[in-house]
Design a protein around this ligand. Structure first.
Ligand code: ZN
Ligand code: ZN
Length: 356
């Protein structure tokens, strides 16, 4: 499994004529080596020989977890990296410009004499955008867990409960079901606060006649889930109900349109064009979706600027929304895995408007 993942790097070695790549992104390091800790580096040569570098706090863990890589404990990381670069006569070493700090880059550059550090402009993260079966299984499991927790707790969303209390109840239920934690700070945005796409749960109490947008996800085995429902408390304003039906139709159309080979921006357009035709175009500002995996937001980006072609095995969200300042908002989100002839929806809460 890790061999297949590492083989995805071949084009980076070839296109930049690299002898090795030094990885700093912990998610990519986990993806390529199996290490789940919170600090370490990975140096990989063109023939896929790997060294996992860590300090003494992580040596035991790395020895247990890291697959097909030599664990090397360091007391001074730069000195160890330099030693490997010199011992194996590496002349061109790529690095992830998005993750290596300027300080680390400057310090490493200053210590090397013959080796050139090559900034990898193409985002190396894209190697994680298509998921293998093990990842799809983990993503399905965590999505199912989170959806089940929402359905279990949604009855507690009644007038008088605060957004934050509901968020707590939901997280508790996820943990009770075996999640390692929440995937991100839940968004529970009621009434006018629904107009904030990222309105974190506040102390505001929910009132009858409001819509409430709940964007939630669990974290388990390193993988995240991401799902949003917008529900009605009592009888909301007819305009709010109309907004929900427009967003739902945009969401359904986009899910039905997913195909390998399609450009991400064309998928975005399926939902965006429909919302515009319904007269709400100016109120849908963000992209349609994003990849989900070891990170909550990763490649691909489904937006009007997304040139990436959709591939089988990609896992991403479809999350159209309408946000009207001073009035409120609606978002509906599912996470899907791309298949040869379309996609399968991993998240499981029904998306018709729920009246509580
Ligand atoms: Zn979300
Ligand atoms: Zn999302």
């Amino acid at each position: 499994m890790l061999i297949a993942r590492r083989a995805k790097l071949e084009r980076f070695f070839t296109s930049h004529n690299l002898d090795a790549i030094l990885f700093s992104s912990l998610s990519t390091i986990r993806y390529l080596s199996g290490f789940t800790g919170s600090e370490g580096s990975l140096l990989m040569t063109r023939d896929l020989r790997c060294w996992f570098l860590c300090d003494s706090r992580y040596t035991d863990q790395a020895t247990l977890e890291v697959v097909d890589a030599e664990v090397r404990q360091f007391s001074e990381k730069l000195a160890t990296v330099k030693e490997l670069i010199n011992d194996f006569r590496m002349l061109r070493v790529g690095f992830e410009e998005t993750y290596m700090t300027v300080a680390a880059f400057n310090a490493l550059s200053a210590t090397l004499d013959r080796c050139e550090l090559i900034s990898l402009n193409e985002n190396l993260d894209q190697i994680r955008s298509t998921k293998d079966q093990d990842e799809i299984d983990r993503l399905s499991l965590v999505a199912r867990l989170a959806s089940g927790a929402l359905l279990e707790t949604i009855g507690k969303l009644k007038p008088g409960i605060s957004e934050a209390t509901f968020a707590c109840e939901l997280e508790f239920e996820m943990r009770r079901r075996g999640a390692d934690g929440r995937a991100f700070d839940f968004i529970v945005a009621s009434g006018e606060r629904g107009a904030m796409p990222h309105g974190r749960a506040s102390n505001r109490e929910i009132r009858s006649g409001e819509l409430v947008t709940i964007d939630f996800g669990a974290l388990m085995n390193g993988y995240h889930s991401d799902e949003t429902v917008t529900v009605a408390i009592g009888r909301p304003d007819p305009r709010a109900i109309e907004m929900h039906s427009v967003v739902r139709e945009a969401h359904d159309r986009a899910i039905a349109a997913v195909r390998p080979g399609m450009a991400c921006k064309d998928l975005d357009a399926v939902a965006r064009d429909y919302i515009r035709e319904c007269g709400y175009g100016e109120f849908f500002g963000h992209g349609l979706g994003h990849g989900v995996g070891l990170e909550i937001h990763e490649k691909p980006t489904i937006s009007p600027r997304g040139d990436t072609l959709i591939e089988e095995g990609m896992v991403f969200t479809i999350e159209p929304g309408i946000y009207i300042p001073g009035f409120g908002g609606v978002r509906i989100e599912d996470t899907v895995v791309v298949q040869a002839d379309g996609c399968r929806v991993l998240t499981q809460v029904p998306k018709e408007l729920m009246y509580l």
